[in-house]
Every structure is written in C-alpha cells, then in structure tokens.
Design a protein around this ligand. Structure first.
Ligand code: AMP
Length: 176
C-alpha cells in the first residue's frame, strides 16, 4: 500500500463530533505506528526541502504532533501557537471569527525572529480561519510565511482561499 492509502486507512471518521453534522477526522490512530509517523514526517518535509524555512509554527493542539517532528527533521526551531491564556511568557495575540463567536490565539514574542520565513503546520485544513490567524501572528512579529503544511485538507471547504494572501504554497498529504 502506498503512503497516502496507508494514512487514509488509519484516519478514523467520527460522526457528529464535537457537534452534530461534523465528521471529525481523528488522526490519533496514526500515533500508534512509529514507523508510519517517520514516513509521514519525511513526506511532509520533502515538499519543503528546496524552500527557505527558518522555523515551523504548530497550531494547538494536534498541530504540535507532526509539527514538532517536522521541525526536528528540518533541523529548525519549533514554535507553538496556543489558545489565549495558555502561554506563560509575553505574547502577541490575534482574534478571528468562528462559526459561532470568536477565538483568540497567541505566540511568544521571542519565539521567532523578524525576517524569518516560517512554515505554518496543523493537522487539518478546514475553512482556513485558524491557519490564517497563525499567519497573522507571524506577520505581527515582522516575519513572513513560507507556506502551509497539513496532514489532511478538506478541499470542499476551500480553506486555501483564506491562506492565499499569506503564501501561495499550501501542501497537504491527504485530500478529502
Ligand atoms: P479551520 O480554521 O476551519 O480551518 O479549522 C481547522 C482547525 O479545526 C484545525 O486545528 C483542525 O484540527 C480542526 N478541525 C476542523 N474541522 C475538523 C474536522 N472535520 N476533523 C478534525 N479536526 C477539524
């Protein structure tokens, strides 16, 4: 079986989670297969080997899983983006609209240098609001977004459109 099929066979669809009408793509079964995790990481890293990437930004919380592995395999720093109130040091914050209400995410002010090119990673791209907000945090610290990396992309939601103003290069391993 090729890598894409192997990964697809392990991603679990959970209907009506966290609320009715949502089919949640559960990536946790991948974590029980260490060899597969290494293969996934190198496939994600492959796309960026000729790009200038100075750090990987991972989005709480499932973006930490392969985000950290990706940063390690590219030998660059990993930077966590977290929900408001979780990071202990000085932060920049950005608020964005959700289907109902608003969310705020934060990043430590000293976690990336100005002029860095940063790769934003999350487990899944849906509408793109979360990844676009992470890109705004990067820009607030005077750094640039080199691109976006996802394990899974829900193409029918057109999340790429929201990311386009930040970076043209959006690469996912699996598409639905
Ligand atoms: P969005 O901002 O709409 O692109 O949503 C992306 C964020 O929500 C990511 O951090 C995902 O982990 C999570 N998410 C959204 N939809 C799903 C889904 N169907 N299955 C799993 N995670 C999801």
């Amino acid at each position: 079986m090729n890598l894409v099929d192997k990964v697809k066979s392990k991603i679990r669809d959970v209907k009506d989670f966290p609320k009715p009408g949502i089919v949640f793509k559960d990536v946790t079964p991948l974590l029980s297969d260490p060899k597969l995790c290494i293969e996934i990481t190198s496939a994600l890293a492959d796309h960026w080997q000729d790009a200038q990437v100075d750090a990987v930004v991972g989005i709480e919380s499932r973006g930490f899983l392969f985000g950290m592995l990706l940063a390690q395999s590219m030998s660059v720093p990993f930077v966590p983006v977290r929900k408001q109130g979780k990071l202990p040091w000085k932060t920049v914050e950005f608020s964005y609209a959700l289907e109902y209400g608003e969310a705020t995410i934060e990043m430590h002010t000293d976690s990336i240098d100005p002029n860095w090119n940063v790769l934003v990673h999350d487990d899944l791209l849906a509408t793109g609001g979360t990844a676009a907000a992470a890109a705004q945090l990067v820009n607030k610290l005077s750094a640039s977004v080199a691109g976006f990396s996802f394990l899974v992309e829900l193409e029918f939601l057109n999340g790429k459109e929201q990311l386009d103003p930040h970076a043209k290069d959006v690469k996912s391993l699996i598409y639905y």
